[in-house]
Design a protein around this ligand. Structure first.
Ligand code: AMP
Ligand code: ZN
Length: 435
């Protein structure tokens, strides 16, 4: 393997000192914004020098999405407006749009974090990357493109949708790597199958991002298209955009750029740190963002830190794949359920496909949950009743909830070009429904 061009080397011995310097820099930067300044002053912090060790990070106040929305249009800005060269807005996974600002250096760091992902995915400048995620205000297209150009790969900026054009360009330009949401990639794979185009593609790798998807979905996709590998890319608008980390070829979880941001895992109910390795909410503090530094930003993403070194040997820390969001949790008959837990259960059933949808209804005061699951392509429909019962029993055993299961034909659940919506909650009258 040739020497890394973009990937960092972050051995434990030196990482903590680098991170501490980054946290101090971030606190100093945050002091330039009145909202941050008041919050920090309230806990007795007036400059980065007040942070004596990484443990002191726990003294810092949390920041949440409401802090970004309240400051619309340029929330938590810590540089003069003339230093802002770009804005992006989040796709609004939950609620209203929030706008994030970037300085020139922020845009460069954004490109770097994405270039690292391409390198970790084993690409070379000989590779050709087709970008099938959203462009414009959303960060995804810009990030995949910036990073690919910095990395030196030929970049094909198609954007989402338009399956015919996607396929045409994949074939004509002999594209070797596709960047897409899992939902979009699934649509493409089905299209390739339908038209029997697999042998006319040069595609070797796919980078899935933007939404939770199971290993099963990645595997199904890899097999359908005869790929070498499929990768899970993490990211969020608040931390520049996509590319905060990627899984490597051997290990579990996602290598993340611990020189660009610090990760804490907290219990979302008590806000206290969780023991190493436990699943909780990821909180991030950026270490070199300029325009909108993040101070203990609550991502609401559920994951864990993986303390063990990765079998790949790289000195780059890891967190687990993102299992869903704490705000996607549904409370069903008093049980807290995350869509990711359902995906985990389905993973154990080869007769079930990766696509599912949860529907919640209420009748006569009692909640009902119906799980629609697509049958795997090879599974016979006449065994549906038995399969539904076995899935339902397993859900009951693992999640402690009685969930009705209904099998659907492969490809029949709604598909989307962007992020899949896994839950429809019809339990409340319109007026009562939150958000
Ligand atoms: P946005 O800022 O609109 O791009 O949305 C970022 C959010 O999308 C994250 O906070 C996650 O909830 C979700 N997300 C992004 N990438 C992934 C991924 N690879 N797996 C699971 N969820 C993801
Ligand atoms: Zn690894």
């Amino acid at each position: 393997m040739s020497a890394p061009r973009f990937l960092p080397h972050l051995p434990e011995e030196t990482l903590a000192a680098r991170q501490l310097a980054g946290v101090r820099r971030t606190v100093d930067q945050a002091m330039r914004n009145p909202v941050y300044r008041a919050r920090l002053a309230a806990v007795g912090i007036t400059s980065g020098a007040d942070i004596a060790s990484l443990d002191d990070v726990r003294r810092l106040p949390f920041t949440d999405v409401t802090d970004l929305r309240d400051g619309y249009p340029l929330p938590l800005l810590c540089v003069p407006e003339r230093d802002v060269v770009r804005v992006h807005a989040s796709s609004g996974t939950t609620g209203k749009r929030k706008i994030l600002a970037y300085t020139r250096k922020d845009v460069e760091t954004f490109a770097l974090q994405m270039a690292r992902c391409y390198e970790l995915a084993g690409l070379t400048p000989e590779d050709r990357v087709q970008v099938a995620v959203g462009y414009g205000l959303w960060t995804a297209g810009a990030g995949f493109q910036l990073g690919s150009e910095l990395f030196g790969a030929l970049t094909v900026p198609v954007g989402p949708g338009n399956l015919d054009m996607q396929l045409q360009l994949l074939m004509d330009l002999k594209v070797t790597c596709l960047g897409a949401t899992a939902s979009m990639a699934l649509l493409l794979a089905e299209e390739v199958e339908r038209h029997g185009l697999r042998d006319r593609l040069a595609l070797r790798k796919v980078i899935f991002g933007a939404e939770p998807h199971s290993l099963k979905m990645r595997r199904a996709f890899t097999e359908k298209l005869g790929l070498e590998a499929a990768y899970d890319i993490a990211g969020m608008t608040e931390m520049y955009g996509p590319g905060t980390g990627l899984n490597c070829e051997v290990g579990e979880g996602i290598h993340y750029w611990a020189d660009l941001f610090l990760v804490e895992i907290i219990d979302p109910a008590t806000l206290q740190p969780l023991p190493a390795g436990e699943v909780g909410e990821m909180v991030v503090t950026s270490l070199c963002k300029e325009a909108v530094p993040l101070v203990r930003y609550r991502t609401h993403d559920l994951t864990r830190l993986i303390p063990e070194p990765c079998p790949c040997g790289r000195a780059i820390p890891r967190h687990g794949h993102i299992r869903g969001r704490s705000d996607d949790m549904v409370i069903f008959r008093g049980v807290n359920i995350y869509p990711g837990q359902i995906a985990d259960v389905l993973h154990a059933f080869p007769e079930a496909g990766g696509e599912y949808h949860i529907e919640l209804t209420r009748s006569q005061g009692l909640d009902h949950m119906l799980l629609h699951v697509e049958r795997a392509t090879a599974a016979p429909a006449d065994l549906d009743a038995d399969l539904a019962r076995r899935i339902s029993d397993e859900l009951h055993r693992r999640i402690m909830a009685r969930i009705d299961v209904r099998l659907a034909s492969p490809g029949s659940l709604p598909r989307t070009f962007s992020k899949a919506k896994r839950v429809t909650d019809l339990r409340l009258e319109d007026g009562e429904r939150a958000g």
